[in-house]
Write a protein that binds this ligand. Structure first.
Ligand code: HEM
Length: 397
């Protein structure tokens, strides 16, 4: 296939329904591809995406990382966000928030997460078929982040409603107005919440963030607010979609389901493979700070470059038989959680939620079906997942 024969539009819902054949063509014939529709260059090979992630001084995050065409995005919140910061400020900010986001703090959430999942599954089990997104995959990360931040139980419903509205702020979405209203409500909520934590600190992430300092430096008020928003956006829909995509992938893999149900020790490795196989974040962008040449193409300062994690994760050069789900393979080199300085801060939390949800589900149902015909896919370029996903456990298993 020649480069001219490849066409890729990152926002085309038809492509997004199954982007993998297009990615394969890109990797093969056009590893540095100019997309008119996305107004960006597209990198699709594992080696190129990894190199870009390792070079933040050339591939900058400061102008935003969420590919959008003419639609409001997180950048429009005008808050400084870790994910949209380059070193050296990124290094300092990340050091501060990491202090409040330790593996120890995440590990303390495990029992609560398991209890929460059992409760959600109990509620769902009165129905023969349920919407997996509404019943399990969306509420789980929303409630976990609310708890992590220290949102009181009585505010949980409002918080969940706002955060759902906020993350639906996708390009071309008619719900964008609701998302902006929700952003305003959350801004006020977080601001008063932070003020309260300053006066009366508690044992929660928000208090830890207010107090965390490195070399005498604390986060500014705007940085704190930006971080709260980032946790919502980065930690909610991503985890929802990892779980939804996993339910779909495993629906067609009875051997994998049964193996995991019989031996939960397989789960950590399986979660990495599920992250690789159908990645919730298919790509994020960077902006060039200087000219560079890749595969003979000259790229100029200011050019936007889309890094296709979803394609890198199917690169046969790194993952033999990449289009096959194999829960026994070691998929550690996947880029689903990023790589380098911006590597996902919530990785251990995402893994914990996914492992716990799959284990709880498999201990109740070894077999299930999903109705992909009636499922509704998200129409959001870089985010791959479902708005609704009819799910039916198969009785007696
Ligand atoms: C960064 C994916 C869950 C918080 C990232 C990046 C990716 C990613 C690809 C790199 C961004 C870049 O290079 O520009 C995912 C996926 C998740 C997940 C697929 C679920 C399966 C979470 C959770 C949280 C979280 C649960 C927190 C509650 C963050 C933060 C960053 C980040 C704060 C920015 C780190 C930085 O800029 O230094 N995530 N994420 N993520 N993620 Fe996650």
């Amino acid at each position: 296939m020649s480069a001219a024969a490849v066409y890729y539009d990152p926002f085309d819902p038809v492509v997004m329904a199954d982007p993998y054949p297009t990615y394969q063509a890109l990797r093969k014939a056009a590893p540095v591809y100019w997309s008119d529709a996305g107004r960006c260059w597209v990198l699709s090979r594992h080696s190129d995406v990894t190199s870009a992630l390792h070079d933040p001084s050339t591939f900058s995050s400061a102008s935003g990382v969420f590919p959008t065409v003419g639609a409001p995005s997180m950048a429009d919140l005008f808050l400084p966000m870790l994910i949209m910061t380059d070193p050296p400020r990124h290094t300092a900010m990340r050091r501060i928030v990491s202090r409040a986001f330790t593996p120890r703090r995440i590990a303390t959430l495990e029992a609560g997460i398991q209890e929460l999942i059992e409760g959600l599954l109990d509620d769902a089990s009165s129905h023969e078929t349920w919407d997996a997104v509404e019943a399990l995959t969306a509420p789980l990360p929303a409630i976990v982040i609310a708890d992590l931040l220290g949102v009181p139980r009585e505010d949980r419903d409002s918080f969940r409603r706002w955060s759902t509205q906020l993350i639906q702020s996708q390009p071309q979405s008619p719900r964008i107005g609701g998302a902006l209203e929700a952003a305003a409500a959350l801004y006020d909520y977080f601001a008063s919440f932070l003020a309260e934590r300053r006066i009366r600190p508690r044992d929660d992430l928000m208090s830890a963030l207010v107090e965390a300092e490195v070399e005498g430096q604390r986060l500014s008020e705007d940085e704190l607010l930006g971080f709260c928003f980032l946790l919502l956006v980065a930690g909610h829909e991503t985890t929802t979609n990892l779980l939804s995509n996993s339910l779909v992938a495993l629906a067609g893999e009875p051997d994998a389901r049964h193996a995991m149900a019989d031996d939960p020790q397989l789960l950590p490795r399986a979660v990495e493979e599920l992250l690789r196989y159908d990645s919730p974040v298919q790509g994020l962008s960077r902006t060039l700070t200087r000219s560079t040449t890749m595969h003979g193409q000259d790229l100029e300062p200011g050019d936007v470059v889309l890094l296709l994690f979803g394609s890198a994760n199917r690169d046969e050069q790194v993952f033999p038989a990449a289009d096959r789900l194999d829960i026994h393979r070691s998929a550690e080199q996947h880029l689903a959680l990023g790589h380098g300085v911006h590597f996902c801060l919530g990785a251990s939390l995402a893994r914990l939620e996914a492992r716990s949800a799959l284990q709880a589900l498999l201990s109740r149902h070894r077999d299930w079906e999903v109705d992909e015909e009636s499922a509704v896919r998200l129409q959001s370029g870089p985010i791959r997942g479902f708005a609704t996903l009819p799910f039916r456990p198969i009785a007696g298993t």
